[in-house]
Design a protein around this ligand. Structure first.
Ligand code: NDP
Length: 248
């Protein structure tokens, strides 16, 4: 159990990559704080992990709610802080820019950029004070590449990568490590967040099939755990993980 005695906060733990990471970190002995908006899903996960002996605290929050995130931060600080942040919550309502779906652009910016910053702000000062901590931001293969219809989503993920790398440089002096994880295509509920019917259908059609499988959330959780389980002098700054069949 490589994470025994560590406390980790996972955002977006109600499904997909966040849920798989919660399961893996729990099996490695970490105590967890799990967040998302769907409280029922978090409570199911809490029951499952508690039954296996893990200490789990459910902290439902919308990551785009600045006050709500500050409250979670205060609760974490009052409980002695955390060692690990898995900054994973995200949404992908993509569409061509010509469609002008401004509400969806704002939702992506608020969740994928502001939410990531609010989570960092909630725990980084405490980590810096204790001179120990690891912040893992989940960006995307779209953090370096661009795809039609994904201009705003890709923009948010480019931002997450830039924030990760800047934070990594600044955090060195405080003994805090930063990792940016860049998943390729993973089988999760993420395409369900696409409200544009044609684009959603096209994305789902493009998912890779049984002959050459898509990534599973556990594959990304394994990458996260790799970064977390390195010796203190090692910073896994970036990790890009694709299905073999994914060219771009
Ligand atoms: P899922 O849709 O399965 O999970 C997204 C998680 O984020 C859910 O737990 C959801 O919970 C949470 N979430 C979304 N919006 C908010 C919000 N406003 N406040 C709080 N929680 C929120 O997708 P993935 O597991 O695939 O996504 C996880 C991360 O991985 C995202 O950042 C995504 O961009 C990234 N990623 C995914 C890829 C893929 O192919 N699947 C590829 C590259 C990156 P709830 O709805 O309960 O709030």
């Amino acid at each position: 159990m490589k994470l025994k005695g560590k406390k980790a906060w996972i955002t977006g733990a109600s499904s997909g990559i966040g849920q798989a990471t919660a399961r893996l970190l729990a099996s490695e002995g970490a105590d967890l704080i799990i967040s998302a908006r769907r409280e029922d899903r978090l409570q199911q996960l809490e029951q499952e992990l508690t039954a296996k002996g893990c200490n789990v605290l459910v902290a439902p929050v919308d990551v785009s709610d600045r006050k709500g995130m500050e409250q979670v931060g205060s609760m974490i600080a009052a409980n002695g802080g955390i060692d690990i942040l898995i900054n994973n919550a995200g949404t992908m309502p993509i569409s061509p820019i010509i469609n002008g779906r401004v509400d969806e652009w704002e939702q992506m910016i608020d969740t994928n950029i502001k939410g990531v910053l609010y989570a960092i702000n909630a725990v980084y000062p405490g980590m810096a004070e204790r001179k120990e901590g690891h912040i893992v931001n989940i960006s995307s293969v779209a953090a370096t590449l661009t795809y039609q219809s994904a201009g705003v989503y890709g923009g948010t993920k480019h931002a997450v990568r830039a924030i990760s790398d800047t934070l990594r440089k600044e955090a060195i002096r405080y003994g805090v490590r930063v990792t940016d994880i860049q998943p390729g295509s993973v089988d999760t509920e993420l395409p369900d967040s696409i409200a544009h019917d044609k684009i959603r259908a096209a994305v789902k059609d493009n998912m890779y099939g049984e002959d050459m499988p898509n990534l599973q959330p556990e594959d990304i959780a394994n990458g996260i755990f790799y970064a977390l389980s390195q010796p203190a002098y090692v910073d896994v700054s970036e990790l890009l993980i694709r299905p073999v069949i994914q060219e771009n």
